[in-house]
Design a binder for this molecule. Sequence first.
Ligand SMILES: C[S@@+](CC[C@H](N)C(=O)[O-])C[C@H]1O[C@@H](n2cnc3c(N)ncnc32)[C@H](O)[C@@H]1O
Length: 289
Amino acid sequence: MTGLLGPAEIRELAARLGVAPTKKLGQNFVHDPNTVRRIVAAAELTPADVALEVGPGLGSLTLGLLAAAGHVHVVEIDPTLAAALPATVADRSPEAAGRLTVHHADALRITGAELGQPAPTALVANLPYNVAVPVVLHLLAELPSLRTGLVMVQKEVADRLVAGPGSKTYGIPSVKLAWYANARGAGKVPPNVFWPVPNVDSGLVAFTRHEPPRADVPRKRVFAVVDAAFAQRRKTLRAALAGWAGGAARAETLLRAAGVDPGARGESLTVEQFAAIAASAPPAPDRAE
Ligand SMILES: C[S@@+](CC[C@H](N)C(=O)[O-])C[C@H]1O[C@@H](n2cnc3c(N)ncnc32)[C@H](O)[C@@H]1O
């Protein structure tokens, strides 16, 4: 993997472009080639893969991805960074320039049609931390072609994404990601690999898509149950789902029909159990779908 950007190159590139990293856009750039190699290795890409990178920034990870995947799509919201990337790649990895597609867009809104062909198979990204979870969930919903992922997020968020039922960190992100994929932690990353240095540790999360646990219940209906159950985390499901079900008695009936203890809490339920609860209730116009 040649042409990767080190600390001097990152600063020089930023200075030349007049880029002052902003917190608002989660701009912490990786200036450590070993971390880029580690992320690319953990992503297990082959030349048959089409990588999707959200937030390429100055291009640190993009250059590593181009060395491993057949094609790379990047989605960058910052117009200066999006405009500068093709020249960086042409300069440092000229043979890869034709395998890169740059989209100046918001990853929270981009559609599969906008990304176009070739369809992405692997999400590999050092995500903007303030929108990391919604970006992952949006892309999994929007892009059925996405089979695998390796994302760097705030360590605390990584722990939540991979948590299982019964764990203190298990919550909405854990259940929703489990709807789409099997996720596992893939290691911790220290703050000093970034410029500017963030005040949190980072973590890597790897995931592999699976079939949804239930084909007969719409995802949105399951996610509405999950949101309601965790909105009042300390309450029993009977109480927490009262608003969703149209009363505590009705919630109790639906929970029993789903084979779930009404006295349990959301934090102990698997994604399959949330789906069973959603399946026990017919869609109602007054219920958020
Ligand atoms: C943590 S930096 C990662 C930069 C680069 N990949 C690296 O590792 O050095 C996050 C990047 O995401 C971009 N970004 C922030 N919000 C975004 C959004 N909603 N859609 C697309 N890109 C976004 C930022 O401008 C920034 O370039």
